[in-house]
Design a protein around this ligand. Structure first.
Ligand code: ATP
Length: 783
């Protein structure tokens, strides 16, 4: 009796009693039994077993699945427990009836029908109970009850609901402090005449002589904040402004204005920059502005010996002060007694002093421009080098410098700045201030921190210990600014950078990258250098090329200006050749064929001296720069005297020579490592080539920022290989962190059209280079 009732017996039209619910039920086996009276008891006993076996068949199972719902109506499911209860109560009666039936059966000659009658009577009872239950339930018209159509499914997964999109998270708070979260923004078009900035007339005149008629946006915003007046900010300033926007004058002018009346030299302004080239560059700007004043500008970069640099920075003298002399001598005696004798320094100098005198040190410079490494050396080892009178501290290229933990320069500098001045005037003033606390403190140190890619990392900025800081951001408010993430501005929590508005960026696919030198040669030929520049020197033979000294030789040699008419060795058939797009990026911007004559420089005697047709080529390391320089010189010998290299390993003097030659146009192609990517200002530089892809977004921003400076036009060309394409387009060309006025366009260089002779020369050059490098270092050379 374990089989449920509905499984054992299902009546033919179960519930159509009141013309309401009409449910078609499976044909009941009992009726079959009725119709087949010849079936034996054994057969009917076997029936459940047979069904059990049948249910093992999956197809059968499916059939059951389909039929069962029509049987299992809610009212009937509820009937089962009701029936059970009833049965347990009526058990004695039932047995009695069964006995009666049995006796009747025996009377009826033991036919099977009697047994079925008992089952039928049970069913009638159940039906009565179900009928009563149904009467108490709400009547539903039969036509409203529809059988749900059977859905058949194959093996394909059932359709799933659309995933609910995650709601966009717009924090109503910022993790940054208010001065960083809500910076002061300045439009890059907000220019003001220098005379309106509160600068001294002499300074304005000096600037006009240089051809600067009005202050650029960053200067118009920052100078008034640093000078006494209505807009003065009593605290420190962080500045974020695009490359070439004029940040150098924005900090140098107020510093010079503030120190003009100075009679005695005191080290009052300290400018820290990352490279020696930038020290030299900032010094040139400062010296141009200080002409006619007593302000002395010094540098510390390590291009001369350390003792020589010490002498240049600090003047040593003697001062009659018996009391101070006695104290110092006591200290010296104590050191002798304990054995801990200080070598050099003030104790060393004391030995050479006449009785009653002490050594006296004075700064030889008012403004010091230096690299962080050399600064730390002077703080730690130069006697009399004191930062206690510093009023201006400038950290240019701040994000780069704060990344640099070299010699823990920030900590050393901050400690040195905390040391109070021990000069007599300072001591006297401190005495007065202690009695009159409302008086201004003796020294007010203002920190100015600048970059085109300013960090918002508090852990880095915090190391500079700002006092009431303010962030100033200069941004282009042009509606056409292309920012891949709509609404990206420079004031959010994330870091975002702006490119110069007049910069045109191009991206050039270079296949696997194996023939990059040939691509570069073709690009120089078609779009950067004029034909005159490509061909003007006598063509030397491959053997003539001095690989090691191409940079220095080119900087010193003044190329012969004969207007050579010799036929170009570079094929110019690119116009009709169809270029194949081998890059893997998708949906890329307009493709431009660079061999189109309208992109070419016109060959006229006039533009022979056009220095904007110079190019700065960036490689990823010194080795690549030297190798490329060598290959180009062999590939196209007329370029030999127009090539220079600028790498970290080059001596300061040689780098300065190379840079000067590049600035004056003697060198047309400067191949450099990332050393040249920060801050370098080469006036009217027209082109940048990223021969190797930069390693980061910030590197890209600084590299391309060497052109299109101070509102002038410039172009950048970035080579990308098949494997680099995705990164370049996603992280640089369409990066939400970069705001640009013009989108990056794709350009095709037909390096294939370079003639066979060039390819043969290229192969020969590679072999020669391999032999040269393997010979000297035992290493293999790639291209
Ligand atoms: N007021 C001005 N008018 C015209 N030109 C200017 C003015 N001020 C500066 N310049 C020129 O702008 C160029 C860029 O200046 P500067 O080197 O200070 O830029 P920068 O913002 O420091 O760039 P980077 O971030 O790359 O270091 C220089 O060649 C400079 O001579």
């Amino acid at each position: 009796m374990a089989t449920p009732m509905y499984a054992r017996y299902i009546p033919p039209k179960a519930k159509n009693t009141r013309g309401k619910a009409s449910v078609s039920l499976p044909v009941p086996e009992i009726s079959q039994a009725k119709e087949q009276p010849g079936k034996t008891k054994q057969q009917s006993k076997d029936q459940p077993k047979k069904r059990k076996r049948e249910t093992k068949d999956p197809l059968k199972e499916k059939e059951d699945d389909v039929t069962i719902p029509s049987v299992l109506k809610a009212s009937e499911v509820e009937e089962v427990p009701a029936k059970k209860e009833h049965r347990s109560k009526d058990r004695p009666k039932k047995r009695k009836r069964e006995r009666e039936e049995k006796s009747h059966d025996s009377e009826d000659n033991g036919t099977k029908l009697k047994k079925h009658k008992s089952v039928l009577s049970k069913f009638e009872k159940v039906s009565k109970i179900a009928g009563a239950a149904r009467e108490s339930a709400v009547d539903i018209p039969a036509e409203e009850i529809k059988e749900s159509p059977t859905e058949l499914h194959g093996l394909t997964p059932l359709p799933q609901p659309e995933p609910v999109p995650e709601p966009e998270y717009h924090p109503t708070f910022s993790a940054l402090p208010p001065w960083l979260a809500k910076p002061t923004t300045v439009s890059s078009s907000a220019k003001v005449p220098f005379a309106d900035l509160g600068l001294d007339a002499r300074l304005v005149e000096q600037l006009e002589k240089k051809g600067y008629k009005e202050a650029l946006a960053v200067q118009s915003a920052v100078i008034p904040m640093l000078l006494p007046g209505l807009h003065q900010h009593f605290g420190d300033i962080c500045v974020s402004a695009a490359t070439g926007s004029g940040k150098t004058l924005a900090y140098i002018l107020p510093m010079i204005e503030g120190l003009q009346g100075r009679v005695l030299s005191k080290l009052s302004g300290l400018i820290v920059v990352p490279t020696r080239e930038l020290v030299t560059q900032a010094r040139v700007v400062a010296e141009q502005i200080t002409v006619g004043t007593k302000i002395k500008v010094g540098t510390a970069v390590g291009n001369i010996s350390f003792p020589a640099e010490q002498e240049l920075l600090v003047k040593k003298d003697k001062r009659f002060d018996p009391e101070a002399a006695r104290l110092l001598h006591d200290k010296a005696n104590e050191q002798l007694r304990t054995g801990f004798v200080e070598r050099g320094g003030i104790m060393g100098d004391l030995m050479h002093m006449p009785p009653g005198h002490v050594p006296h040190y004075e700064s030889s410079v008012d403004i010091l421009i230096c690299t962080p490494g050399r600064l730390v050396e002077h703080i730690q080892s130069t006697t009399g080098f004191s930062l206690s009178d510093i009023r201006w501290l400038v950290v240019d290229e701040a994000d780069r410098l704060l990344d640099d933990s070299f010699q823990e320069w920030v900590d050393v500098l901050m400690k040195a700045l905390e040391v109070e001045s021990t000069s007599e005037q300072a001591l006297a003033r401190r005495k007065i201030i202690s009695r009159n606390p409302w008086l201004k403190p003796e020294r007010q140190l203002t920190k100015v921190v600048l970059s085109a890619t300013m960090t918002k990392d508090l852990s880095k900025l915090g190391s500079l210990k700002f006092r009431r800081p303010k962030m100033v951001i200069v941004e282009n408010e042009d509606q056409n600014i292309h920012s891949c993430a709509p609404g990206t501005d420079m004031t959010g929590d994330g870091e975002s950078f702006e490119l110069p508005p007049a910069l045109k960026e191009w991206a050039i696919p270079v296949g696997t990258g194996l023939d990059k030198p040939l691509y570069l040669l073709k690009l120089l030929q078609t779009n950067i250098l004029s034909q005159w520049e490509m061909e003007k020197t006598d063509t030397p033979t491959v053997a003539d090329v001095d690989t090691e000294s191409s940079a220095s030789s080119s900087s010193s040699s003044d190329s012969d200006n004969s207007d050579s008419d010799s036929a170009s060795s570079v094929s110019d058939s690119s116009e009709d050749s169809s270029s194949e797009d081998e890059s893997d990026d998708s949906g890329v911007d307009t493709k431009k064929k660079l061999s189109n004559p309208k992109h070419r420089s016109k060959i006229t005697p006039k533009n022979q001296a056009d220095i904007s047709s110079r190019v700065l080529v960036f490689t990823n390391n010194n080795e690549n720069a030297a190798r490329l320089s060598h290959l180009l010189a062999i590939l196209h010998p007329p370029l030999k005297n127009k090539l220079g290299t600028l790498t970290k390993s080059a001596a300061t003097k040689s780098s300065q020579k190379t840079l000067a030659a590049f600035a004056t146009g003697k060198i047309r192609i400067l191949i450099a490592s990332d050393r040249a990517s920060r801050g370098l200002d080469v006036p009217d530089l027209g082109h940048i080539v990223n021969y190797d892809l930069p390693r980061s977004v910030t590197d890209y921003v600084h590299r391309v920022g060497r052109t299109a400076r101070a509102g002038k036009e410039g172009q950048s060309w970035t080579f990308f290989t098949k494997t680099e394409g995705r990164w370049f387009w996603n992280d640089i060309a369409r990066a939400s962190a970069i705001r640009r006025a013009q989108k990056v366009d794709r350009a095709i260089v037909d390096a294939e059209t370079l003639n066979e002779e060039k390819r043969t020369t290229y192969e020969a050059a590679l072999r020669e280079l391999r032999v040269a490098v393997e010979g000297s270092t035992g290493r293999a050379v790639g291209r």
